[in-house]
Write a protein that binds this ligand. Sequence first.
Ligand code: FAD
Length: 503
Amino acid sequence: DAVESVPALVVGSGYGGAVAALRLGEAGIRTVVLEMGRLWNTAGPDGKVFCSTSAPDRRSMWFRTRTEAPLATFLWLDVVNKDISPYPGVLDRVRYDHMSVYVGRGVGGGSLVNGGMAVTPLQSYFAEQFPTVDTAEMYRTYFPRARSMLGVNTVDPAWFESTEWYRFTRISRKHATNTGLKTTFVPSVYDFAHMQREAAGTATRSALAQEVIYGNNHGKRTLDKTYLAAALGTGNVTIHTLEKVRSISRAPDGTYVLTADRIDDTGTVVGTKEYGCRYLFLGGGSIGTTELLVRARESGTLPALDPSVGTGWGANGNVMLGRANHLWDTVGENQSTMPVMGIDDWANAANPVFAEIAPLPTGLEHWVSLYLAITKNPERASFTYDSGSGAVRLGWSAAQSAVSVGMAKKLFDRINRANATIYRYDLFGSGNKVFADDFTYHPLGGCVLGRATDDYGRVKGYPRLYVTDGSLVPGSIGVNPFVTITALAERTMARVLVEDTAP
Ligand code: FAD
C-alpha cells in the first residue's frame, strides 16, 4: 500500500491516546488514531456487544482458544475458564516470565475492561513519584479536568448502606473496622444512577449482571463515549481499527514513518500499511509503547533513544487475595461488579497498602471477601530486546513479586487475626495459592517522565515524538492509575499544543 501522510498520528486509543486525539482534533490538526483492537459497537448473535464473565465466548479474549481469567479456579475446580474460538476479543493477557499483564484491546483500550475506579492519588505520593511536576497545578487544573471529562461520580451513601448489591463491601468494611483500619469510598466512571435503575428493574443490568472484565454493555462511561466521541466530533480525527503498529522510524526530513499490520478477525495479517506524520503520539499503554520504543532503539530505527527507555517498570504493587468469612458473615448472592471502597492503610509508613474491596459475583453465596491490594513495592524491571526473534521481554522476577506479597500479607494477617478468619486457598489454581502475585491490572512505566522523556512527555532525542500513556508513571502510583494517566496526558497536550505546533 502507498504511504498515507497525516499531520498527526496517535498509536492506541486508551486514556493517553484518547486525550491526545481530542486535544489535537480541537486544535484543528488532522489526526489518525491507529488501534490494534476492534470497535465495539455491534451486537453479536445474543443481541449484546460484550459477553459476561459467567458465559464468556470469543468476544472475551484476544485470540485465545481458552479464556485466561485472573481467578482460575473456585473450590479448586477448573470451572471458571471456557473454551472459545480465536477472535480479536476485548481482554488480553500478555505473558512474560513471572508476570502477566492484563490489558484492554479495542477502541477505548483499558476503559473497556476495567473496574471503573477513578481514584486521584494522594498529593504527597504524587509529588514523591513526580518530583519535577508542578503538583499544585496538577491538583488545581489537570486532575479536575480529567475527572470531569471522564464523567467521574460517586455512589449514593444511603443506597450503598441499604442495597444487597454492596453487602460484600459492607462485610469487608466491618472486618477492616474491627482491625482498626480506615476505609474510604472510591469514585467511579460507572453511572450510579444507571446502577440504581438496574437494581430497581427499570434499566438493563450490566454491573448487576456480572459484566466487567469482558466489557460492560451499559452504564460505564468508557472512552468511546467520552474523550473519543468528542475527538470524532471535532471532524479532524479518524480511528483505524485492527491495525497494529509494528515499527517506527524517522525519514531524512524529520517526519516519522510507521509500519502497521492490518489484521482480520482470525488474526491473519491481510496487509501492511505505511504512515508518515509530523507529530507522533504514543498511547499504546505501558507495554505497547515501551515495546515499540525498545524495539526501535535496539533494531536501530530510532537509535538515539535514551538508555532509560525500557526501564523503570512496575506492577503498581498489585496482589489479589481472598479471605474466607464465617458462616454468619454472608457476602450475598448479588454483587455489583463495580468496586466502590478501599481499605486505606497507605499512611502506615512501615507497610503502605491500599486494598480495594473487589467483588466476586457468581450468583451464589460463597463467603469470599476478595481484594486487589496495591502495595508500595519499590522493585522495578527493565525490558530487553531479542534480536533473533524481535521479541521484547520483561525481566520481572518471582522475588520481586514476593515483596508485594509480603506487604499484602502483613495487612491481611492483621485483618484475619482481628476477625478470627483465614485466607481462601482455592481461587488461584491447584497449588493452594493464597496470593495471586503473577499478574497485574496496572502496568506502569517503561518510558518514565523526566527520564526517557522531558518533563512533558517529549521523547528525548526525537523532536515531535511524545508519550502520553501509563509508561510515563514510574512503576507505582498507590491507587488505580487511569485518572493519573489521563491528567498527565492533559498536561502534556496543553503544553505541546502551545509550544510545539506553531505553523
Ligand atoms: P491502555 O488503556 O492500555 O490503551 C492502550 C491501547 O493501545 C489499547 O487499546 C491497545 O490495544 C492499543 N495498542 C497497544 N499497542 C499497539 C500497537 N502496537 N498498535 C496499535 N494499537 C496498540 N485502572 C483504574 O484506574 N481503575 C480501575 O478500576 C481499573 N481496573 C482495571 C481492571 C482491569 C481488568 C484491567 C485490565 C485494568 C484496570 N485498570 C484500572 C487499569 C487501567 O485500565 C489502565 O491503567 C489504563 O487503561 C492504561 O491507560 P493507557 O492509556 O496507558 O493504555
